[in-house]
Design a binder for this molecule. Structure first.
Ligand code: SF4
Length: 214
């Protein structure tokens, strides 16, 4: 069995170094929805000046995309009120048709395989590029909060991209660890955030329709 790297421990080691800095570094955070942003923002904002990058053309249909974006905006308002951290939000144009072209050859795969790894990397690459071109000190993604997403793979992709975009460092993470997943759940319930029933793409949407019609 492959040895799994403890990315939660790695994130703590980075934070230990950052605590020695006189000013907060900037961090661009890829986020896919409100519920997945809850605990990562609570974890990161005491140490970084965080900006969220919402580039999620994987989400289908458009109504669902808009709903997830609106929930995220609602949460950012609550988060500033209750935690005292203002978080800027950058939203890229929605283009599901073009986005899906790279994923289509893998449409019959179950969740968690090649299609998803391509999907992680497409969004992380675009966000990391933006961070690099716009002078952010760090980049990371909220996706390691999810039990359905492969944190080992997400961090491997982040490390690979940090060799491509050299002005910005990748912040290693596994937000779900050390009860992060429980805190995210509690925050989602506390703020009454909409919890989607499927990951995002039309393949998972169609499976969800079949499942809930039964
Ligand atoms: S299941 Fe989620 S991660 Fe996988 S391809 Fe669909 S939207 Fe992307």
């Amino acid at each position: 069995m492959e040895n799994k790297i403890n990315y939660y421990k790695k994130s703590q080691q980075i934070l230990d170094e950052i605590k020695k800095c006189p000013a907060k570094p900037t961090l661009l955070l890829h986020a896919c929805c409100g519920p997945c942003s809850t605990f990562p923002l609570k974890f990161l904002c005491p140490h970084f000046k965080v900006t969220i990058f919402f580039n999620n053309s994987n989400i289908y249909p458009l109504d669902e995309y808009n709903r997830r974006l609106e929930e995220l905006k609602k949460f950012l308002t609550y988060f500033e009120r209750d935690y005292g951290h203002h978080v800027d939000l950058i939203v890229t144009p929605y283009d599901n048709e073009n986005y899906m072209k790279d994923l289509e050859p893998y449409k019959n795969q179950p969740e968690g395989q090649t299609r998803c790894f391509i999907c992680y990397e497409k969004r992380m690459d675009q966000a990391f590029k933006y961070a690099d071109e716009n002078g952010f000190d760090y980049f990371t993604t909220v996706m390691t909060i999810s039990r359905q997403k492969n944190s080992q793979k997400l961090n491997e992709i982040g490390i690979k991209l940090s060799n491509k975009y050299k002005n910005t460092k990748y912040f290693l993470s596994d937000f779900k660890k050390n009860k992060g997943i429980d805190e995210a759940r509690e925050m989602r319930i506390h703020y009454d955030l909409y919890q989607q029933l499927y990951c995002g793409c039309k393949y998972t949407y169609e499976n969800c329709l079949i499942k809930y019609k039964k």
